[in-house]
Design a protein. Structure first.
Length: 549
């Protein structure tokens, strides 16, 4: 009995002592850096704090010294706070906690340094684990593996596919306009799903040579339904954390929601669907014939490398599968969600629809819509809409890196020791809204801020090149997103197709004015969640009316 009492007393005291010492040790390490230090008494991702920190936040913030640190430990804080906390405590500060300190950066020069020095700031272990759930890929690797994969993957996402992206996107967008205009309700709640459908359908053709008819996208929630490769990847990408960490036998339990049961089936089917698609590409590639799309190029280069025909660079079957998953899930999710946010912003503030329609009417009257090489470079205002949308609704609110070996970096005119191990976060939501970079209206949607230089004829305007490290919509440095140009072409094509034909406005609910409907729509734009990337929390509430011009 005495042993039990001793254990019950000594056990908690030992845990409390270890916790206090770990927090004190990490706080001292953080202070030695010379940077501002915030304190979180618990590990931001530790159990059980991970699950109780949101409901207990008001209580925990009663501890004055911990209040800002508690705020930083809450997932999504940076998008809600924007630049405010950094303005108060420092553009670069350290969050000290009992397990692993975190450096949060909203300084452009420091952000650029982190992005550029990839060897000293490699990819986070958690990112590697999640994004390699279906095979190693160009995001989920570091070092020489990353270099090898990037040299193979990037050339197949360059200007070579831009014309195909332009043509297929225009066809899909035209079908969407017809669909919306013919519906008695003018589209209403179908808008976000329709724009996401364009993104996945363009990837299906350009990536795999598989054309798909337009229809608004919905996640499959029937575990017995037939699912294509893109259906499976869309579902796995949407629920990537569950797909990466929860065993499929748990997901498939009868007590689980239908969506998670379907995910369990999708995770099990994905390897077979990937193998079947690769076998089909190899079959169609026989006799010297090659289909000109992403997967066929990867297979061709990989097979040639393995046999020594052309190059020593090649991808394993697992790496091909991983890069195909990344290409589909991340490429579709980022572009589809950005299109949704952009159209919602334009519906809430119709003056910007008129602004890009001035450009479209001028350029398309002269060149038509069919010639990518002639038209795309002239649609500067359409591209500015994308940049402004990604400034306020970045696909990722922060970019994570890790530090395995202590280093010294210069911030401003001072040297700071960054002691390993440490996690670094580039706070995009803060960097993209800093008033001294973006102006006193930095929290407002104003796409014209991206047009620079003296007034020019429509079609010849110049796009702002922002300060390095201040705008990281596609990351930056050596690990910049390889699909950047593809996403820009797809986005501009949708803008050109839709707004040359349509005006879009928010649906007025009972007793609502146009002004209050617009304010409600802006609240929906700002009410976001992050799954694979940032998206609407309530996409069905984004109700828009599509009217022909």
């Amino acid at each position: 009995m005495n042993y039990l009492v001793t254990f019950l007393v000594a056990g908690p005291l030992l845990w409390l002592g270890n916790w206090a010492w770990a927090l004190f040790r990490n706080y001292r390490i953080a202070k030695r850096s010379g940077l501002p230090v915030l304190i979180c008494p618990f590990s931001p991702d530790g159990f059980p704090y991970l699950f109780i920190k949101v409901p207990l936040k008001p209580l925990l913030e009663l501890i004055p010294i911990c209040k800002p640190g508690i705020q930083v430990s809450i997932v999504g804080w940076e998008h809600a706070d924007r630049y405010t906390l950094h303005e108060k405590y420092g553009r670069v500060f350290i969050l000290a906690n009992p397990t692993r300190n975190e450096l949060w950066c909203a300084d452009p020069d420091t952000a650029q340094l982190i992005l550029t020095r990839r060897r000293e700031f490699p990819q986070l272990d958690i990112t590697t684990t999640i994004m390699s759930a279906f095979g190693k890929n160009v995001i989920a690797t570091n070092g020489e593996d990353w270099s090898r994969q990037r040299r193979i993957v990037v050339p197949n996402l360059n200007e070579r596919i831009s014309e195909a992206v332009w043509t297929e996107t225009a066809q899909q967008a035209n079908k969407m306009v017809e669909y919306m205009a013919q519906r008695p309700d003018g589209g209403e709640a179908q808008s976000v799903g329709s724009l996401r459908a364009i993104a996945i359908n363009v990837l299906s053709l350009v990536g795999y040579g598989q054309p798909k008819p337009f229809k608004p996208q919905k996640l499959c929630q029937d575990p017995t339904a037939a699912m294509s490769y893109t259906d499976v990847v869309s579902l796995c990408g949407e629920l990537i954390v569950f797909a990466a960490f929860v065993p499929t036998w748990i997901l498939r339990l009868a007590i689980m929601p239908k969506l998670l049961q379907t995910l369990g089936v999708a995770v099990e089917r994905l390897p077979q669907l990937t193998a079947e698609m690769l076998d089909e590409q190899r079959t169609h590639g026989g006799g010297g014939h090659q289909l000109d799309h992403f997967v066929s190029q990867l297979v061709r280069l990989s097979d040639a490398g393995k046999t020594g025909e052309a190059t020593a660079l090649y991808l394993t079957e697992e790496e091909i599968a991983g890069n195909l998953f990344l290409f589909t899930a991340a490429g579709f999710d980022t572009t589809g969600n950005t299109l949704g946010f952009a159209v919602a912003w334009l519906a809430a503030q119709p003056k910007w629809q008129k602004w890009i329609q001035e450009e479209l009417d001028c350029v398309l009257r002269e060149h038509g819509t069919g010639d990518y090489a002639s038209v795309f470079p002239k649609l500067t205002r359409c591209l500015a809409i994308m940049y402004e949308t990604l400034r306020l609704n970045p696909a990722v609110t922060h970019i994570g890196r890790t530090v395995h070996e202590s280093i010294s970096i210069t911030i401003g005119d001072k040297q700071h020791l960054i002691q390993a191990p440490l996690t670094t976060y580039i706070n995009n939501s803060a960097l993209h809204t800093l008033p001294d970079i973006w102006g006193s209206d930095s929290l407002e949607f104003r796409p014209s801020r991206w047009i620079v230089g003296p007034p020019s004829q429509l079609g010849d305007e110049k796009l702002l090149v922002p300060q390095k490290g201040a705008f990281n919509a596609w990351s930056g440095g050596p690990r910049v997103c390889p699909g950047q140009k593809m996403s820009q072409v797809e986005f501009v094509t949708v803008m050109a197709t839709v707004f040359s034909k349509c005006n879009i406005e928010p649906i007025l609910r009972e007793g609502e004015t146009v002004e209050s409907a617009s304010r409600h729509l802006v609240r929906m734009i700002q009410d976001t969640q992050t799954r694979l990337t940032m998206q609407f929390k309530q996409p069905g509430e984004v109700r828009l009316k599509w009217r022909r011009r």
